[in-house]
Design a protein around this ligand. Structure first.
Ligand code: BG6
Length: 504
């Protein structure tokens, strides 16, 4: 029988309650936590949005979201009705003091009714332009002054560049202690991403070879078939570097490259991750072309359907210079990783949707087998499939059954699907529960966010100052621009995409 850490009585003030994130992710996640008995009995979600609807319409809208997006499928009416009692709706402007007075009053009323102080969680599921204002107004009411029980959750993007991230951090630190600030990167809540830590630090097997002596290169691919999905306004200010590399992909790199933490204490884990970011070699402006490649999709074909190019998407400039694809080669200047290339790439409208980390080991130092035996020989490789395949695959050489000594590569695999995949919590379930329990291990600390911006600023500045001359440079449905192949081919490697169920 699993024993859970009990969540104390909790009030969540959810700003942006009629937005997409609340609909698709937050409410389905809270509902699943409720079904799993992980929400406390004394629990309330004060939903704040500026859409003019009544509570009944609001509940109906959220119910539809759960039916559509919950991993557990459609909600049972009785269970949904019981859960919906925890959700109240308030139509309020983020700019008006009345909104915050309402939240303050409701929290006090609930605490009086329950006869206990509560966890107070202020969740900003809003566009970034509202972050400063909402955080300041919450701070001014004094609602969040208890450092132990009040927490503020901020979604990405955290800042637009190093300067704005620092400004936002400074502003937050005037009102909140760092331990109260939960900067959310949903990748860190993914089961397969958390499993990287378990795999590396709960096994003795890999640690001795997890370094430059045995690893030849590391590749991280996050490729998506979807385009920008009506998010033209946002994407025109972001691009793939800001949208994916600065947060999700650098976090994956940190988990692969970090030193073993002494404990799983939030600060200890985050210290080890910051060490990785600080060890990333800084790019010189004149070298950027050797280390980073950008791309933008043009019109093309996806699964038999014609799709638009990026510049034809709604709210996108006809001559937009925004990158929808990035490939970067990083080096880490430390003892463990010196001279090992880390190749990262991500793109929209790619040929497949897959997030995968490949650890390519070095060839054996001496090949003892005769050439005839090793025709199919390949160096060892470890493939961590993050999504949609979830699992780990280790490739090694084996003797092909038969009278001759012939070698061929075989795989040992671990599939999450072999257990019960629908039991796998969604990232937001894990992260919301962590916030309620006051565990910030999987959230980004101020110095982490700033270090991640710092390393990317030369590329961001250089690409903004020098518009690309060849955009669009890959057709929708392809693997990205040719330059990305050249980036890795120059080192004698190629991009590996090896989903769990396919042979390479
Ligand atoms: C978001 C990005 O943070 O992550 C999106 O803004 C991207 O552009 C998404 O599509 C990918 O998340 P997931 O969980 O679908 O891999």
């Amino acid at each position: 029988m699993e024993s859970f850490i009990k969540v104390e009585p909790t009030v969540i003030a959810l700003f942006g309650a009629t937005g997409d994130l609340t609909w698709r992710k937050l409410i389905p996640a809270l509902y699943n936590l409720y079904l799993d008995g992980r929400t406390p009995e004394k629990f309330s979600v004060l939903c704040i949005g500026h859409t003019d609807i009544n509570e009944k319409q609001f509940h109906k809208h959220l119910h539809e979201g759960v039916d559509k997006f919950s991993r557990k499928g459609k909600a049972n009416k009785k269970e949904w009705d019981a859960f919906a009692k925890y959700l109240t709706y308030y139509k309020g402007e983020f700019t008006e003091n009345a909104t915050y007075e309402y939240v303050d009053k409701q929290i006090k009323l609930l605490e009086k009714k329950w006869n206990t102080p509560t966890n107070r969680i202020f969740y900003l599921a809003v566009p970034p332009m509202f972050f400063e204002q909402i955080a300041t107004k919450i701070g001014k009411t004094g609602m969040a002054k208890d450092k132990k029980t009040s927490r503020i959750v901020i979604e990405k993007p955290f800042g637009h560049d190093l300067e704005s991230a620092k400004r936002l951090n400074n502003l937050l630190h005037k009102m909140y202690d760092e331990c109260q600030i939960y900067r959310l990167d949903h990748y860190l809540g993914k089961e397969t991403v958390q499993n990287i830590l378990a795999f590396r630090f709960a096994n003795v097997l890999f640690e001795p070879i997890w370094n430059r002596n045995y690893i030849d290169n590391v590749q991280i691919t996050v490729s998506e078939q979807i385009g920008i999905e009506n998010r033209g306004n946002y994407y025109e200010t972001a691009g793939a570097l800001r949208d994916m590399i600065q947060n999700h992909i650098l976090q994956l790199l940190c988990l692969i490259a970090m030193e073993p933490p002494v404990s799983f204490n939030a600060d200890e884990v985050r210290n080890r991750k910051v060490d990785v970011l600080n060890a990333l070699r800084k790019f010189k402006y004149e070298e950027i072309n050797q280390f980073a490649v950008r791309g933008q999709y043009g019109p093309g074909w996806m699964e038999g359907k014609k799709v638009k190019g990026y510049r034809q998407e709604p709210d996108v400039a006809k001559d937009s210079n925004k990158e929808t694809f990035v490939a970067i080669k990083f080096f880490l200047d430390n003892w463990r990783w010196q001279d090992v290339p880390f190749y990262l790439r991500t793109g929209k409208r790619m040929n497949e949707t897959i997030t995968v980390i490949n650890i390519q080991f070095r060839p054996v130092p001496h090949q003892s087998f005769p050439q005839e035996a090793t025709g199919n020989w390949r160096p060892n490789r470890l493939v961590m499939n993050i999504q949609p395949y979830m699992g780990i695959r280790l490739r090694f050489q084996a003797k092909r059954p038969g009278l001759e000594m012939l070698l061929h590569p075989v795989d040992m695999t671990f599939n999450y699907g072999d257990g019960n995949a629908s039991n796998t919590p969604e990232a937001y379930e894990t992260l919301l529960l962590d916030v309620m329990q006051g565990d910030s291990t999987l959230f980004m600390r101020a110095d982490q966010v700033e270090a991640a911006w710092d390393i990317l600023m030369p590329i961001i500045n250089s690409w903004e100052m020098n518009p690309s001359v060849n955009f669009p440079n890959y057709a929708a449905g392809m693997q990205g621009p040719e330059d990305a192949e050249a980036l890795i081919a120059r080192d004698g490697h190629n991009w590996i995409v090896m989903p769990q169920d396919k042979e390479e």
